[in-house]
Write a protein that binds this ligand. Structure first.
Ligand SMILES: C[S@@+](CC[C@H](N)C(=O)[O-])C[C@H]1O[C@@H](n2cnc3c(N)ncnc32)[C@H](O)[C@@H]1O
Length: 270
């Protein structure tokens, strides 16, 4: 399927329209657009890009913002010229991600980029290099100080692993934190998030240039109790029940997801 068929928003302004459902994207774009200084070589990474329509959607939006900002900077009255000669776009996900599906959509994406960024007088424009970077974002993925903007959506609540030390005797018949789970199960998940998020931030600190930007959006929770519906408790409880009905005993399956609480986040950021 062609990119132009994939990349579209729901039109209009009803409840399901993009206009009413793009608050996160709006924030991303505001953060990116503010104070955008042209760089010779501009590095952008999308972490946990997956392989559906959203993989190129975000990058497309980012390029639109950069283009709008550069057009503004290039106006004679502002006496500034965009000096970016190349954009490097890195799409990251785990090794088993279906990157091929993204690759077949790229030719149209490159065409649109060339059209948008072409200088109308010289017909020249910056180059765009898109590459896949398979691997876990819980660790280094990119060379030192090579990125100017990092984005990740709906991915960081996935932990790098099931917290160690959880065995079925502790959490009988469950696959996640449950109402019947002892406190140590909740603590194990919280600690794993703490460890993973610290590694994530340390890795990005090495990779992002001074003054670079990062926007992360992922599932969190407002209340301390992780076994309420808001924390997706119900779906894991139902899945655990279904598994128990099918196999009588769940011996080795645990979710490796954790929607953090604000203090979980703050303690890592500090
Ligand atoms: C729900 S999808 C989000 C896709 C897309 N970013 C979006 O907003 O629609 C979560 C993605 O994160 C990826 N992911 C989970 N853990 C990861 C890790 N440690 N490193 C890289 N990608 C990861 C998954 O493989 C999955 O493709």
């Amino acid at each position: 399927m062609e990119v132009k068929q994939i990349l579209h928003m729901n039109k209009g302004d009803d409840e399901t329209s993009y206009a009413k459902n793009s608050k996160i994207q709006e924030t991303v774009l505001k953060i990116l657009g503010s104070d955008l200084v042209p760089k010779q070589s501009f590095g952008i990474a999308d972490l946990g890009c997956s392989s559906g329509p959203n993989s190129l959607l975000l990058i497309s939006e980012v390029m639109d913002v950069i283009h709008a900002e550069y057009s503004r900077l290039s106006q004679p009255s502002l006496q500034l010229q965009s000096s970016t000669r190349e954009f490097r776009v890195y799409l990251n996900d785990l090794f088993s991600n279906d990157f091929n599906t993204i690759f077949v959509s790229l030719p149209e994406f490159y065409d649109k980029f060339k059209q948008d960024f072409k200088d109308t007088t010289t017909s020249e424009g910056p180059d765009l290099f898109i590459s896949a970077v398979p691997g876990s974002f819980y660790g280094r993925l990119f060379p030192n100080k090579s990125l100017h903007f990092v984005h990740s959506s709906s991915s960081l609540h996935w932990l790098s692993q099931v917290p160690p030390g959880l065995d079925t005797a502790l959490n009988k018949g469950k696959i996640y934190i449950s109402k019947s789970s002892p406190e140590c199960v909740k603590e194990a998940y919280s600690q794993q998030f703490h460890k993973d998020f610290s590694v994530f931030l340390k890795s990005r600190a090495e990779e992002i240039v001074s003054g670079g930007r990062m926007v992360l959006s992922f599932m969190g929770r407002r209340l301390s109790d992780p076994t309420i519906e808001e924390s997706c408790y119900l779906q894991w409880e139902l899945l655990a029940n279904a598994l128990m009905t099918l196999v009588l005993e769940v011996t080795s399956y645990y979710r490796h997801q954790y929607p953090p609480l604000e203090p979980d986040m703050c303690s890592v950021l500090r």
